[in-house]
Design a protein around this ligand. Structure first.
Ligand SMILES: NC(=O)c1ccc[n+]([C@@H]2O[C@H](COP(=O)([O-])OP(=O)(O)OC[C@H]3O[C@@H](n4cnc5c(N)ncnc54)[C@H](O)[C@@H]3O)[C@@H](O)[C@H]2O)c1
Length: 325
Protein backbone atom coordinates (compact mmCIF):
# COMPACT_ATOMS: atom_id res chain seq x y z
CA UNK A 1 0.00 0.00 0.00
CA UNK A 2 1.22 3.50 -0.82
CA UNK A 3 1.71 5.67 2.25
CA UNK A 4 -1.37 7.72 3.11
CA UNK A 5 -3.65 5.98 0.59
CA UNK A 6 -6.06 3.64 2.35
CA UNK A 7 -6.63 0.11 1.12
CA UNK A 8 -10.38 -0.59 0.90
CA UNK A 9 -12.10 -3.95 1.01
CA UNK A 10 -15.03 -3.62 -1.39
CA UNK A 11 -17.65 -6.36 -1.16
CA UNK A 12 -20.01 -6.72 -4.13
CA UNK A 13 -17.47 -4.84 -6.26
CA UNK A 14 -18.47 -6.72 -9.42
CA UNK A 15 -22.05 -5.41 -9.16
CA UNK A 16 -23.56 -2.33 -10.76
CA UNK A 17 -22.82 0.37 -8.13
CA UNK A 18 -19.85 -1.44 -6.54
CA UNK A 19 -18.03 -1.55 -9.88
CA UNK A 20 -18.75 2.14 -10.57
CA UNK A 21 -17.21 2.85 -7.17
CA UNK A 22 -14.16 0.66 -7.95
CA UNK A 23 -13.61 2.43 -11.29
CA UNK A 24 -13.81 5.84 -9.57
CA UNK A 25 -11.61 4.87 -6.62
CA UNK A 26 -9.05 3.37 -9.03
CA UNK A 27 -8.89 6.72 -10.87
CA UNK A 28 -8.35 8.41 -7.48
CA UNK A 29 -5.39 6.12 -6.74
CA UNK A 30 -6.96 3.81 -4.14
CA UNK A 31 -5.94 0.17 -3.85
CA UNK A 32 -8.81 -2.23 -3.40
CA UNK A 33 -9.54 -5.77 -2.41
CA UNK A 34 -12.79 -6.97 -3.98
CA UNK A 35 -14.82 -9.84 -2.53
CA UNK A 36 -17.74 -10.89 -4.68
CA UNK A 37 -19.67 -14.14 -4.91
CA UNK A 38 -20.43 -13.46 -8.59
CA UNK A 39 -24.13 -14.26 -8.45
CA UNK A 40 -26.22 -13.69 -11.60
CA UNK A 41 -25.83 -9.94 -10.84
CA UNK A 42 -22.01 -9.91 -10.63
CA UNK A 43 -19.81 -9.53 -13.71
CA UNK A 44 -16.05 -9.02 -13.87
CA UNK A 45 -16.23 -7.25 -17.24
CA UNK A 46 -17.48 -4.19 -15.33
CA UNK A 47 -14.03 -3.97 -13.72
CA UNK A 48 -11.78 -4.00 -16.81
CA UNK A 49 -11.21 -0.25 -16.65
CA UNK A 50 -9.86 -0.57 -13.10
CA UNK A 51 -7.39 -3.37 -13.89
CA UNK A 52 -4.23 -3.13 -11.80
CA UNK A 53 -5.94 -1.26 -8.96
CA UNK A 54 -7.59 -4.18 -7.24
CA UNK A 55 -7.13 -7.77 -6.19
CA UNK A 56 -10.18 -9.98 -6.71
CA UNK A 57 -11.44 -12.82 -4.52
CA UNK A 58 -14.51 -14.82 -5.47
CA UNK A 59 -15.96 -15.04 -1.97
CA UNK A 60 -19.32 -15.13 -0.20
CA UNK A 61 -19.76 -12.55 2.58
CA UNK A 62 -21.78 -15.15 4.47
CA UNK A 63 -18.66 -17.30 4.88
CA UNK A 64 -16.75 -16.08 7.96
CA UNK A 65 -13.77 -18.40 7.39
CA UNK A 66 -13.07 -17.25 3.84
CA UNK A 67 -13.69 -13.56 4.50
CA UNK A 68 -11.73 -13.76 7.77
CA UNK A 69 -8.73 -15.25 5.94
CA UNK A 70 -8.88 -12.49 3.32
CA UNK A 71 -9.05 -9.70 5.91
CA UNK A 72 -6.21 -11.23 7.93
CA UNK A 73 -4.02 -11.45 4.83
CA UNK A 74 -4.87 -8.09 3.26
CA UNK A 75 -5.33 -5.92 6.38
CA UNK A 76 -7.65 -3.33 4.79
CA UNK A 77 -8.05 0.10 6.38
CA UNK A 78 -11.77 0.16 5.69
CA UNK A 79 -14.64 -1.90 4.32
CA UNK A 80 -17.46 -0.79 2.04
CA UNK A 81 -20.28 -3.33 1.81
CA UNK A 82 -22.07 -3.24 -1.54
CA UNK A 83 -22.74 -7.00 -1.60
CA UNK A 84 -26.45 -7.74 -1.56
CA UNK A 85 -29.39 -9.35 -3.25
CA UNK A 86 -30.99 -6.26 -4.74
CA UNK A 87 -34.06 -6.91 -6.86
CA UNK A 88 -37.40 -6.28 -5.15
CA UNK A 89 -39.35 -8.62 -7.47
CA UNK A 90 -37.00 -11.50 -6.70
CA UNK A 91 -37.46 -10.85 -2.98
CA UNK A 92 -41.22 -11.09 -3.44
CA UNK A 93 -40.82 -14.43 -5.25
CA UNK A 94 -38.65 -15.77 -2.40
CA UNK A 95 -36.74 -13.84 0.24
CA UNK A 96 -34.41 -16.48 1.76
CA UNK A 97 -31.29 -15.39 -0.17
CA UNK A 98 -32.07 -11.77 0.74
CA UNK A 99 -32.18 -12.51 4.45
CA UNK A 100 -29.02 -14.58 4.19
CA UNK A 101 -26.79 -12.18 2.27
CA UNK A 102 -28.27 -8.85 3.30
CA UNK A 103 -28.60 -9.58 7.03
CA UNK A 104 -26.40 -12.54 7.97
CA UNK A 105 -23.71 -11.57 5.46
CA UNK A 106 -23.62 -8.09 6.98
CA UNK A 107 -23.38 -9.62 10.45
CA UNK A 108 -20.35 -11.67 9.32
CA UNK A 109 -18.65 -8.51 8.05
CA UNK A 110 -19.46 -6.61 11.24
CA UNK A 111 -18.05 -9.32 13.49
CA UNK A 112 -14.88 -9.66 11.41
CA UNK A 113 -14.45 -5.88 11.30
CA UNK A 114 -14.71 -5.84 15.06
CA UNK A 115 -12.25 -8.72 15.42
CA UNK A 116 -9.67 -7.17 13.09
CA UNK A 117 -10.25 -3.60 14.38
CA UNK A 118 -11.22 -2.19 10.98
CA UNK A 119 -11.24 1.59 11.32
CA UNK A 120 -14.13 2.40 8.98
CA UNK A 121 -17.13 0.39 7.81
CA UNK A 122 -19.53 1.86 5.25
CA UNK A 123 -22.80 0.02 4.65
CA UNK A 124 -24.78 0.50 1.45
CA UNK A 125 -28.38 0.83 2.49
CA UNK A 126 -31.26 2.25 0.43
CA UNK A 127 -34.03 4.86 0.47
CA UNK A 128 -36.46 1.91 0.49
CA UNK A 129 -35.82 1.24 4.20
CA UNK A 130 -38.04 4.23 5.04
CA UNK A 131 -41.07 2.89 3.17
CA UNK A 132 -43.14 5.18 0.96
CA UNK A 133 -43.88 8.88 1.38
CA UNK A 134 -46.73 10.62 -0.47
CA UNK A 135 -45.60 14.18 0.30
CA UNK A 136 -42.41 15.65 1.72
CA UNK A 137 -39.14 13.76 2.14
CA UNK A 138 -37.31 11.37 4.44
CA UNK A 139 -34.50 12.57 6.68
CA UNK A 140 -32.00 10.23 8.33
CA UNK A 141 -34.17 10.41 11.47
CA UNK A 142 -37.31 9.15 9.74
CA UNK A 143 -38.67 5.86 10.99
CA UNK A 144 -37.65 2.69 9.15
CA UNK A 145 -40.89 1.22 7.75
CA UNK A 146 -39.86 -1.10 4.91
CA UNK A 147 -42.58 -2.58 2.70
CA UNK A 148 -40.89 -5.24 0.54
CA UNK A 149 -38.90 -8.24 1.74
CA UNK A 150 -35.84 -6.65 0.06
CA UNK A 151 -36.33 -3.38 1.95
CA UNK A 152 -36.97 -5.28 5.19
CA UNK A 153 -33.68 -7.14 4.80
CA UNK A 154 -31.79 -3.88 4.19
CA UNK A 155 -33.51 -2.18 7.14
CA UNK A 156 -32.60 -5.15 9.36
CA UNK A 157 -28.94 -4.70 8.47
CA UNK A 158 -29.20 -0.98 9.28
CA UNK A 159 -30.67 -1.79 12.69
CA UNK A 160 -27.94 -4.32 13.38
CA UNK A 161 -25.29 -1.72 12.55
CA UNK A 162 -27.06 0.78 14.80
CA UNK A 163 -26.90 -1.79 17.61
CA UNK A 164 -23.18 -2.44 16.99
CA UNK A 165 -22.48 1.29 17.05
CA UNK A 166 -24.32 1.68 20.34
CA UNK A 167 -23.11 -1.55 21.98
CA UNK A 168 -19.49 -1.75 20.82
CA UNK A 169 -18.70 1.78 19.66
CA UNK A 170 -18.41 0.23 16.18
CA UNK A 171 -17.15 2.67 13.49
CA UNK A 172 -20.10 2.03 11.16
CA UNK A 173 -21.49 4.56 8.70
CA UNK A 174 -24.69 4.00 6.71
CA UNK A 175 -25.34 5.53 3.31
CA UNK A 176 -28.83 5.43 1.79
CA UNK A 177 -28.89 6.18 -1.95
CA UNK A 178 -32.02 6.65 -4.06
CA UNK A 179 -32.67 4.74 -7.33
CA UNK A 180 -29.51 4.45 -9.41
CA UNK A 181 -29.20 4.10 -13.17
CA UNK A 182 -26.35 4.19 -15.68
CA UNK A 183 -23.98 1.93 -17.64
CA UNK A 184 -23.63 -1.75 -16.71
CA UNK A 185 -26.96 -2.08 -14.86
CA UNK A 186 -28.49 -5.54 -15.01
CA UNK A 187 -31.64 -5.53 -17.20
CA UNK A 188 -34.06 -6.62 -14.51
CA UNK A 189 -34.24 -2.99 -13.33
CA UNK A 190 -36.58 -0.55 -15.10
CA UNK A 191 -34.18 1.51 -17.24
CA UNK A 192 -31.95 -1.21 -18.76
CA UNK A 193 -34.98 -3.51 -19.07
CA UNK A 194 -36.80 -0.75 -20.95
CA UNK A 195 -33.81 -0.18 -23.25
CA UNK A 196 -33.50 -3.93 -23.96
CA UNK A 197 -37.21 -4.11 -24.88
CA UNK A 198 -36.91 -0.98 -27.03
CA UNK A 199 -33.94 -2.47 -28.93
CA UNK A 200 -35.88 -5.70 -29.52
CA UNK A 201 -39.01 -3.87 -30.67
CA UNK A 202 -41.03 -5.19 -27.72
CA UNK A 203 -43.41 -3.17 -25.59
CA UNK A 204 -41.87 -2.00 -22.30
CA UNK A 205 -43.80 -3.42 -19.31
CA UNK A 206 -44.92 -0.71 -16.87
CA UNK A 207 -46.32 -1.60 -13.43
CA UNK A 208 -49.85 -0.43 -12.55
CA UNK A 209 -50.61 2.95 -14.09
CA UNK A 210 -46.97 4.01 -14.31
CA UNK A 211 -47.33 6.74 -11.70
CA UNK A 212 -44.94 5.41 -9.06
CA UNK A 213 -42.35 8.11 -8.41
CA UNK A 214 -38.64 7.59 -7.84
CA UNK A 215 -35.68 9.87 -7.25
CA UNK A 216 -33.07 9.01 -9.92
CA UNK A 217 -29.31 9.27 -9.42
CA UNK A 218 -26.67 8.62 -12.10
CA UNK A 219 -24.40 5.85 -10.85
CA UNK A 220 -21.14 7.82 -11.20
CA UNK A 221 -22.59 10.57 -9.01
CA UNK A 222 -23.61 7.93 -6.50
CA UNK A 223 -20.08 6.48 -6.50
CA UNK A 224 -18.65 9.98 -5.82
CA UNK A 225 -21.08 10.40 -2.94
CA UNK A 226 -20.05 7.08 -1.43
CA UNK A 227 -16.36 7.99 -1.69
CA UNK A 228 -17.13 11.28 0.10
CA UNK A 229 -18.91 9.33 2.84
CA UNK A 230 -15.93 6.98 3.13
CA UNK A 231 -13.54 9.93 3.39
CA UNK A 232 -15.51 12.39 5.52
CA UNK A 233 -18.50 10.59 7.03
CA UNK A 234 -18.71 10.52 10.84
CA UNK A 235 -18.68 7.05 12.40
CA UNK A 236 -22.07 6.27 13.90
CA UNK A 237 -23.99 8.41 11.39
CA UNK A 238 -26.31 7.71 8.46
CA UNK A 239 -26.39 9.79 5.26
CA UNK A 240 -29.09 10.00 2.60
CA UNK A 241 -27.73 10.25 -0.94
CA UNK A 242 -30.32 11.57 -3.37
CA UNK A 243 -30.40 13.62 -6.56
CA UNK A 244 -33.65 15.50 -5.78
CA UNK A 245 -34.76 14.65 -9.35
CA UNK A 246 -38.12 12.90 -9.25
CA UNK A 247 -39.77 11.13 -12.19
CA UNK A 248 -42.82 8.96 -12.54
CA UNK A 249 -42.11 5.62 -14.21
CA UNK A 250 -44.09 6.54 -17.31
CA UNK A 251 -41.92 9.61 -17.87
CA UNK A 252 -38.80 7.41 -17.65
CA UNK A 253 -40.23 4.92 -20.15
CA UNK A 254 -41.29 7.69 -22.55
CA UNK A 255 -37.73 9.08 -22.33
CA UNK A 256 -36.29 5.68 -23.29
CA UNK A 257 -38.73 5.33 -26.21
CA UNK A 258 -37.78 8.79 -27.49
CA UNK A 259 -34.04 8.24 -27.20
CA UNK A 260 -34.22 4.86 -28.97
CA UNK A 261 -36.36 6.29 -31.80
CA UNK A 262 -39.43 4.23 -30.87
CA UNK A 263 -43.11 5.05 -31.03
CA UNK A 264 -44.29 6.60 -27.74
CA UNK A 265 -46.98 3.91 -27.52
CA UNK A 266 -44.48 1.02 -27.29
CA UNK A 267 -45.24 0.24 -23.66
CA UNK A 268 -47.92 -1.77 -21.88
CA UNK A 269 -49.35 -1.57 -18.40
CA UNK A 270 -48.91 -4.82 -16.46
CA UNK A 271 -50.32 -6.03 -13.14
CA UNK A 272 -48.81 -3.93 -10.36
CA UNK A 273 -46.06 -5.25 -8.07
CA UNK A 274 -47.63 -6.34 -4.76
CA UNK A 275 -47.06 -3.72 -2.05
CA UNK A 276 -45.56 -1.33 -4.62
CA UNK A 277 -44.36 1.85 -2.86
CA UNK A 278 -45.87 4.91 -4.52
CA UNK A 279 -43.02 7.35 -3.89
CA UNK A 280 -39.59 7.70 -2.27
CA UNK A 281 -37.88 11.04 -1.69
CA UNK A 282 -34.77 11.80 0.32
CA UNK A 283 -33.59 14.92 2.08
CA UNK A 284 -29.82 14.74 1.39
CA UNK A 285 -28.81 18.04 2.99
CA UNK A 286 -26.79 16.35 5.75
CA UNK A 287 -24.38 14.79 3.25
CA UNK A 288 -24.35 17.85 0.99
CA UNK A 289 -23.48 20.17 3.91
CA UNK A 290 -20.74 17.88 5.24
CA UNK A 291 -19.01 17.12 1.94
CA UNK A 292 -20.19 19.65 -0.64
CA UNK A 293 -21.30 16.71 -2.80
CA UNK A 294 -23.89 17.35 -5.45
CA UNK A 295 -24.86 15.43 -8.58
CA UNK A 296 -23.06 16.45 -11.79
CA UNK A 297 -25.26 14.61 -14.28
CA UNK A 298 -28.95 15.49 -14.44
CA UNK A 299 -31.58 12.98 -15.49
CA UNK A 300 -31.95 14.21 -19.09
CA UNK A 301 -28.22 13.89 -19.71
CA UNK A 302 -27.86 10.70 -17.63
CA UNK A 303 -30.63 8.90 -19.46
CA UNK A 304 -29.10 9.86 -22.82
CA UNK A 305 -25.68 8.59 -21.68
CA UNK A 306 -27.27 5.38 -20.40
CA UNK A 307 -29.19 4.71 -23.61
CA UNK A 308 -26.08 5.44 -25.71
CA UNK A 309 -23.96 3.12 -23.55
CA UNK A 310 -26.49 0.32 -23.87
CA UNK A 311 -26.78 0.78 -27.63
CA UNK A 312 -22.98 0.53 -27.87
CA UNK A 313 -22.95 -2.50 -25.54
CA UNK A 314 -26.02 -4.25 -26.93
CA UNK A 315 -24.42 -7.66 -26.91
CA UNK A 316 -23.79 -7.48 -23.16
CA UNK A 317 -27.25 -6.05 -22.47
CA UNK A 318 -29.15 -8.56 -24.61
CA UNK A 319 -27.15 -11.52 -23.29
CA UNK A 320 -28.16 -10.55 -19.73
CA UNK A 321 -31.72 -9.80 -20.87
CA UNK A 322 -31.93 -13.20 -22.51
CA UNK A 323 -30.65 -14.87 -19.33
CA UNK A 324 -33.64 -13.33 -17.52
CA UNK A 325 -36.10 -15.32 -19.65
N1 LIG B 1 -29.24 -0.15 -7.61
C1 LIG B 1 -29.87 0.77 -6.89
O1 LIG B 1 -30.65 1.57 -7.43
C2 LIG B 1 -29.62 0.88 -5.41
C3 LIG B 1 -30.21 1.96 -4.71
C4 LIG B 1 -29.95 2.09 -3.35
C5 LIG B 1 -29.15 1.19 -2.70
N2 LIG B 1 -28.61 0.13 -3.38
C6 LIG B 1 -27.73 -0.79 -2.64
O2 LIG B 1 -26.43 -0.66 -3.18
C7 LIG B 1 -25.75 -1.91 -3.14
C8 LIG B 1 -25.28 -2.29 -4.53
O3 LIG B 1 -26.41 -2.37 -5.40
P1 LIG B 1 -26.26 -2.80 -6.92
O4 LIG B 1 -27.40 -2.23 -7.65
O5 LIG B 1 -24.87 -2.53 -7.38
O6 LIG B 1 -26.47 -4.37 -6.80
P2 LIG B 1 -26.16 -5.53 -7.86
O7 LIG B 1 -27.26 -6.51 -7.70
O8 LIG B 1 -25.88 -4.96 -9.21
O9 LIG B 1 -24.79 -6.16 -7.34
C9 LIG B 1 -24.68 -6.89 -6.15
C10 LIG B 1 -23.31 -7.54 -6.14
O10 LIG B 1 -23.18 -8.26 -4.91
C11 LIG B 1 -22.68 -9.57 -5.19
N3 LIG B 1 -23.16 -10.49 -4.15
C12 LIG B 1 -24.43 -10.91 -3.93
N4 LIG B 1 -24.48 -11.75 -2.88
C13 LIG B 1 -23.20 -11.85 -2.41
C14 LIG B 1 -22.61 -12.55 -1.34
N5 LIG B 1 -23.33 -13.34 -0.53
N6 LIG B 1 -21.28 -12.41 -1.14
C15 LIG B 1 -20.53 -11.63 -1.94
N7 LIG B 1 -21.05 -10.96 -2.99
C16 LIG B 1 -22.36 -11.04 -3.22
C17 LIG B 1 -23.21 -9.91 -6.57
O11 LIG B 1 -22.43 -10.91 -7.22
C18 LIG B 1 -23.09 -8.55 -7.27
O12 LIG B 1 -21.81 -8.37 -7.85
C19 LIG B 1 -26.73 -2.91 -2.54
O13 LIG B 1 -26.44 -3.03 -1.17
C20 LIG B 1 -28.09 -2.26 -2.74
O14 LIG B 1 -29.00 -2.67 -1.75
C21 LIG B 1 -28.84 -0.03 -4.72
Amino acid sequence: MRAGIPKILVTGGAGFIGSAFVRLAARCGYRMIICDKLTYAGDLSRLKEAAGSYKFYRADICNPLTIGRIIKKEIPDGIINFAAETHVDRSIAGCAPFLKTNILGTQVLLDLSKKFKIKRFVQLSTDEVYGEIKNGQFTENSELKPNSPYAASKASADLLIRAYIRTYGFPGIIVRPCNNYGPWQYPEKLIPLGIACAIKGRKIPVYGRGINTREWLYVDDCARGILEVFRKGKPGEAYNLGSAEEKINLEVVRGILGLTGNDQRMFEFVKDRPGHDIRYKLDSEKLRRLTGWKPEINFTRGLKLTVEWNLRNQRWLLRKHHAEK
